[in-house]
Ligand binder design. Sequence first.
Ligand SMILES: C[S@@+](CC[C@H](N)C(=O)[O-])C[C@H]1O[C@@H](n2cnc3c(N)ncnc32)[C@H](O)[C@@H]1O
Length: 253
Amino acid sequence: MSDPNGWESLSEWYDRKQGDSGDLWHRSLIDPVLIKLIGSSTNRNILDLGCGNGYLSRRFAKERAIVTAIDSSASMIAHAKMHDPNNELGISYQVGEAHNLGFLNDETFDVVFANMTLMDIENAEGAIREVARVLKEKGRFVASLSHPCFDNGKMSSWLLEKSFLSSIVYRKITAYKQLSFEDYPWKVSENEWRWTRGYHRPLSWYSRILTQFGLAIIALEEPEPTAEFLEKEEQGPWFLQVPLHLVIEALKL
Ligand SMILES: C[S@@+](CC[C@H](N)C(=O)[O-])C[C@H]1O[C@@H](n2cnc3c(N)ncnc32)[C@H](O)[C@@H]1O
């Protein structure tokens, strides 16, 4: 099985993890901002780029959006389809590479969103070019991603300084300016780890490439931990100091 970025062999586990409403980090930290920026989806043509198990595609289809959902992993798409075997939601699922969406017409979508996917795409410049092509004029691209300024995999970490009366949390990061990639570990069972490849690019890289393809950034949001996230995630309170995720909204001019 060809699995260049690791997602193919992770799909069964990832499907279980995301289920129908997303895991804790998605549901209670990242998604509320992404969903707010996407806004009303009824009767809108929406593309879910790097859809994973498609839980957000199903959410928007239930709001009567016209949804196309694309992922480069055939197995991920197969899992997504299993959630709605008769396709009552009418989602158009396709296996495809984000930088090569030739099977989609120009100026088709009101909204393209990519939830925690851009930093996993090797050819993100090609993907952004394709997003700009398939968006209608005044259409919007909404993308959540690992925060380029504060999350650079092994090149970043939390630093906790405890003193007698208080403790301070810092975020350390290096190699920020270099384009790089690394394999990220996922604990799939007590004794088993798998890896997927992720790509670090500085914030200015995203800004430059979006601009190059006629996408103007109109919002940058840094998700705030919700009460559920603060209660259930040990690192939750640290996110009140430093965000590890960024959500970008860009308008096609
Ligand atoms: C972290 S998962 C996010 C999945 C989903 N958006 C979610 O929020 O649960 C990243 C997804 O991007 C997909 N992906 C990685 N590279 C891709 C590419 N070049 N084109 C399309 N999808 C890609 C992976 O197969 C995986 O499903």
